[in-house]
Design a protein around this ligand. Structure first.
Ligand code: NOJ
Length: 544
C-alpha cells in the first residue's frame, strides 16, 4: 500500500491529533544499528517499532520524531544538511524511509521528521556555488558581507557554538554569517529563491506522507539587516547553557528578529495542503511573550516546546513560574509541547537524580498539551560518562566544557548482548551504564520497572479526560515545596501533586483515589482526609 493511502487511514484521531499526544523522540544515531557500523539507522528504528506501538508490552506512544537523517558531513551530527531531499547512506535510503513510514502508519503511529531551515552544511551544493564567486547566482542565498574597515568581521555577533558569527572566505574577500558552527552557514531567508527551495523540501517529505515537521532553531531564521552590534547581556534572553562569549551578549539583533514570524506563516501555508500535519517549533526563547508570537494567532506553529522546563531546578515555585504564565498566554485554544529532556539536554535521571525520575515523569504527563519523551528516559537511563578521547559533540570539542554526548549514548535494549543489542560493532558513543536492569529486556516484564511506569502513564493519559482535555489550574496554599495542578474536564477532575520539598508533608482537602504514584504501592489508595507525601513523591489522583 502506498504510504499516502496509509496516511488517510491513520488520521482517524482527527486533524488536531497532536494536541494531547505522546511524542517519542528518536536520536537516530543512537537508537538501533541494523548494519553493524556502530551508528543507528532507519531500518534499525523499523526493527524496534514493537517497543513503541502495536505489540504486547509496547509503550503505545502516538508519534515519533526522528532527528536528521539527511546527507551531511556530520559536523553537527546531521544538523548540517547537504541535501534536504535525500537520506545519508549511513542511515539507509529513501526506500528504507518509505518502509519505516509504512510500518509506522500500519501501527497507527505518526512520524515527524526534522526540518533544519536556518542553516545548511558548508558542503551543500548551494553553498559551494555561493562561495565560488561574488557574482554567482546563488551568492545571495547566504549572508555575505564585506569586512569591517579594520578587516575584521562586519559586526560583534557571536556564534552559539563559540567564536565570531562571521567566517572570512579568502577566495572572494568577504565574510559569511553562521549562527552555529562555521560549517553551518545561515541561509538568507530574505531571498525568495531560498524560500521556494526550502518550501520544496517541506513538500518533498509531506508528499511522502510524513505527519509533520519539527522545525529547528526557528528563532535564528533572520537577523537585523543593518547588522547593528549586540549590546552586552543583562538578562537570560537565550539558552543559558550556550558558550560564555555568546551568553555575554543580548541577542537583540541576531535572534527573534520580527521577520521570522512572516516565514513561520509561510511554513503554515505549506502545511495547509496536508490536513493534520503537525508544525512543531523549536523556538528557543526563554521569554514566553516572545515565544508565543510564533503561534501567529493560529497561522504559525501548532505547537512549540516549552524550553523553560529543561532549565528548571527541582523547585515547585520555579516550575510553576515556568508553566503558569505561558499557559495563561496560550489560553484555551493553543497547546504547548512539554519537554524535560532531549538530545541537547541532560537526561531526567541525571538532571534531577534517579530518586526523582518518577515524580518528574508524573509532572511531565500531568501537564496540559503534548508530552515529549526522549529515548532512554523510559528506562531511567542516566547520562553517560564520556572519556575525553571519545568526545564527539562539536560544541564540546570547541572547548566550551559543555557536551551533549552524555545524553546521546546508545539505547539499551538487552545488556545480555554485545553493546546492549544496539549494534554488533563498537557504538559511536559508549553505553551510559552497564548497571543490571538498565535495559528494555530487563524491564519489559517487570511491573515495578520504570518502563512499566511509563507504559502506565501513557495508558492513563490516553483514557483520562482531565489529563487529555482538561483545563489546568495551579493550586495555592499547599505545603512548602509541593506543586499542585488541578485538571478539569466536565465533571471529571484530576489533581497532580509533586513534592519537591525536603520534608514529609500532609495535604488536606483533596479526597479521591490515587491512580498513578511514584510509589507504586500507593496506586488504588483512597484518600478521604489527609494525603501524606514524602519528598520526591508524586501522585495523580482522580478526585471524588
Ligand atoms: C537545535 C538542535 O536540537 C541541536 O542539536 C543543533 O545543534 C542546533 N539546533 C543547530 O541545528
Amino acid at each position: 500500500m502506498a504510504s499516502s493511502d496509509v496516511r488517510l487511514v491513520t488520521k482517524s484521531g482527527g486533524e488536531r491529533w497532536w494536541e494531547n499526544a505522546v511524542l517519542y523522540q528518536i536520536y537516530i544515531r543512537s537508537y538501533q544499528d541494523s548494519n553493524g557500523d556502530g551508528v543507528g539507522d532507519l531500518e534499525g528504528i523499523r526493527q524496534r517499532l514493537d517497543h513503541l506501538k502495536g505489540a504486547s508490552g509496547a509503550l503505545d506512544v502516538d508519534a515519533i520524531w526522528i532527528t536528521p537523517f539527511y546527507p551531511s558531513p556530520m559536523a553537527d551530527f546531521g544538523y548540517d544538511v547537504s541535501d534536504y531531499c535525500a537520506v545519508h547512506p549511513l542511515f539507509g535510503d529513501l526506500d528504507a524511509f518509505d518502509r519505516l513510514l509504512a510500518d509506522c502508519h500500519a501501527r497507527g503511529l505518526q512520524l515527524i521528521v526534522d526540518f533544519v531551515p536556518n542553516h545548511c552544511s558548508i558542503e551543500h551544493p548551494w553553498f559551494v556555488e555561493s562561495r565560488s564567486s561574488r557574482d554567482n547566482p546563488k551568492r545571495d542565498w547566504f549572508i555575505w558581507r564585506d569586512p569591517a574597515p579594520d578587516g575584521g568581521p562586519p559586526n560583534n555577533w557571536k556564534a552559539m557554538f563559540g567564536g565570531d558569527s562571521w567566517e572570512f572566505d579568502p577566495a572572494t574577500g568577504q565574510y559569511y554569517y553562521h549562527h552555529f558552527l562555521a560549517s553551518q552557514p545561515d541561509l538568507n531567508w530574505r531571498n525568495p529563491d531560498v524560500r521556494a527551495a526550502m518550501y520544496d523540501a517541506m513538500h518533498f517529505w509531506l508528499d511522502r506522507g510524513v505527519d509533520g515537521l519539527r522545525v529547528d532553531a526557528v528563532q535564528t531564521l533572520t537577523e537585523n539587516e543593518a547588522l547593528t552590534d549586540n549590546p552586552p547581556a543583562e538578562g537570560p534572553t537565550v539558552k543559558a547553557k550556550a558558550g560564555s562569549e555568546f551568553a555575554s551578549q543580548q541577542h537583540i539583533n541576531d535572534i527573534d528578529w520580527p521577520d521570522n514570524i512572516e516565514i513561520v506563516r509561510q511554513f503554515r501555508d505549506v502545511t495547509d495542503d496536508y490536513p493534520g500535519a503537525l508544525l512543531l517549533g523549536e523556538v528557543y526563547l526563554l521569554e514566553h511573550e516572545r515565544m508565543v508570537r510564533y503561534y501567529a494567532s493560529g497561522r504559525g506553529f501548532d505547537l512549540c516546546f516549552n524550553f523553560l522546563l529543561v532549565n528548571m531546578p527541582w523547585n515547585a515555585d520555579a516550575f510553576r513560574n515556568a508553566i503558569e504564565p505561558l499557559h495563561d498566554l496560550l489560553g484555551d485554544e493553543f497547546r504547548i509541547a512539554n519537554v524535560l529532556s532531549s538530545h541537547d539536554e541532560s537526561r531526567i535521571a541525571t538532571r534531577f537524580g534517579p530518586e526523582r525520575a518518577r515524580a518528574a515523569a508524573i509532572l511531565l504527563f500531568g501537564l496540559r498539551g503534548m508530552t515529549t519523551v526522549y529515548q532512554g528516559d523510559e528506562l531511567g537511563l542516566p547520562d553517560g560518562v564520556i572519556p575525553n578521547d571519545r568526545l564527539q559533540d562539536p560544541f564540546a570539542l570547541a572547548g566550551h566544557g559543555l557536551s551533549r554526548d552524555p545524553a546521546r549514548t546508545p539505547m539499551q535494549w538487552d545488556l545480555g548482548q554485545p553493546y546492549a543489542g544496539f549494534s554488533t560493532a563498537e557504538p559511536w558513543l559508549p553505553l551510559a551504564t552497564d548497571h543490571p536492569g538498565m535495559d528494555v529486556a530487563g524491564q519489559r516484564d517487570d511491573p515495578a520497572s520504570m518502563l512499566a511506569f511509563y507504559r502506565d502513564l501513557i495508558a492513563f493519559k490516553r483514557v483520562s479526560e482531565p489529563l487529555r482535555e482538561g483545563s489546568q489550574r495551579f493550586i495555592d496554599d499547599l505545603p512548602e515545596g509541593v506543586l499542585g495542578i488541578l485538571r478539569e474536564a466536565g465533571n471529571q477532575r484530576a489533581v497532580i501533586f509533586v513534592h519537591m520539598g525536603e520534608s514529609r508533608c500532609e495535604i488536606a482537602g483533596w479526597p479521591g483515589r490515587i491512580a498513578i504514584a511514584s510509589d507504586r504501592n500507593r496506586e488504588g489508595e483512597t484518600v478521604t482526609g489527609i494525603l501524606s507525601l514524602e519528598p520526591n513523591d508524586a501522585v495523580v489522583m482522580a478526585l471524588s
